[in-house]
Ligand binder design. Structure first.
Ligand code: ADE
Length: 224
């Protein structure tokens, strides 16, 4: 999968992909990440990328031109499945969307800053607007990193054990069951007997029950 990210803060996007599973995904050629600095596409002598909002008010708005020029250049050589804008007023991202987007070939992400981007970019270039939750963060970069991570780990061959993504919370509409590792007893706190029994069917039943109990208690909305 090829993913291009447009940002004013390239390091903020790059860093999460230099560690752990995302680093492996890049090394194995499963992810080609292109990070593009919108400022490089500014056409004025001060390299400006934002301006005051029409109609007045606080904050700055990211200008059309540098974003449009960057996107136009990328679109010459790529055909994007989606051009995604990260914004708190977008659709709330979830596991189902991660599953769907994990089969894409080419994705583009636009990270907003300040008061956001000029609406004309949203109307004429963006195909999808996503939020990572009902709170506001400083810019779209960390939101893009969260969403890209959730997508890329689902690409076959990225995770060590492909089965493990199937066990994730939300993958079957339930939260994950509790997990334990050695020792069997730590400070008097014991690992449930059933997990030490070696009885595969009992273990599977116990895990399913625990998933249901945990979901009922913490996220009853998921069971509706
Ligand atoms: N930019 C600022 N807040 C955001 C959020 N919650 N989701 C996506 N992008 C954002």
């Amino acid at each position: 999968m090829k993913i291009d990210v447009l940002t004013l803060f390239p390091e903020l996007v790059q860093n999460p992909f230099e560690h752990s599973m995302m680093k492996r995904a890049v090394a194995k050629g499963k992810l080609q990440l292109g990070v593009h600095n919108i400022r490089d596409f500014s056409t004025n002598k001060h390299n400006t990328v934002d301006d005051a909002p029409y109609g007045g008010g606080a904050g700055m708005v990211m200008m059309c031109e540098p974003i449009a020029l960057c996107m136009d250049q990328l679109k010459v050589n790529n055909s994007y499945d989606e051009i995604i804008y990260l914004t708190p007023d977008g659709e709330k991202f979830n596991q189902q969307m991660a599953n769907q987007l994990s089969s894409a070939q080419n994705l583009m992400f636009l990270c907003g800053h300040y008061k956001g981007v000029d609406e004309r970019i949203r109307e004429n270039y963006i195909t999808r607007e996503l939020s990572i939750g009902d709170y506001v963060i400083t810019g779209g970069e960390l939101a893009a990193a969260v969403i890209i991570d959730a997508i890329v780990r689902l690409i076959p061959g990225v995770l060590n054990d492909e089965m493990s993504a199937l066990d994730d919370s939300f993958q079957d509409g339930l939260l994950s069951y509790p997990v334990y590792t050695r020792p069997a007893e730590f400070r008097g706190w014991k690992v449930p007997e059933v997990l030490q029994s070696g009885h595969a069917a009992n273990i599977e039943n116990w895990r399913y029950e625990q998933s249901v109990l945990r979901t009922q208690k913490r996220r009853p909305d998921l069971l509706k």
